[in-house]
Ligand binder design. Sequence first.
Ligand SMILES: [Zn+2]
Length: 198
Amino acid sequence: MVKPPATSLLSRRNFLGVAAAASLSSPLGALAATPGEHERWLSFRHIHTGQRIKSLYWAEGDYIPESLGEIDSFLADFRSGDVHPIDIDLLNLLHRLRLKMDSDRPFHVISAYRSPATNAALLARGRGVRKNSLHLRGMAIDIRLPGRDTGALWHAAISERRGGTGFYPKYNFVHVDVGPHWHWCKPSRCDGGKPQPG
Ligand SMILES: [Zn+2]
């Protein structure tokens, strides 16, 4: 049985405007329950704070607002403490990746939401962030999955054919987002990778 997200949750996405409303009707946005699916949960360990969370955020067709709030807080800008709603599409993408990678272990989080001030500071220090990064909109996360090859995680993200995903082998993490679909590898010599334009 397919149920849309609760109306109250739509307000979480108002900052994305019409585009968000459109994406709710996309396969990933709605992410219809598969036969026999009863729950979706995610677990994270933040490498900068050492904190962990395991959160059941969807059950029997409904998103759980309290859990979404917990996840928003956990994935806040760890430098500034600023909290921003994390796009539900991104949570569902991570859920699917966890299943695809057949892992119950927590995603290690390198970076999730970034405030404009943090992003500007990193940009000024030449830290390789984008001026209009999707991290600024709660639509991107940098992760690795312990016990699983990070390159394999990247290929799993590519195979989802949703959003962008980049592989940073030197730092052993994958960026995933729910923006336009494309992929890259930095540096560009990764197997199967495409050079990052520009
Ligand atoms: Zn990133």
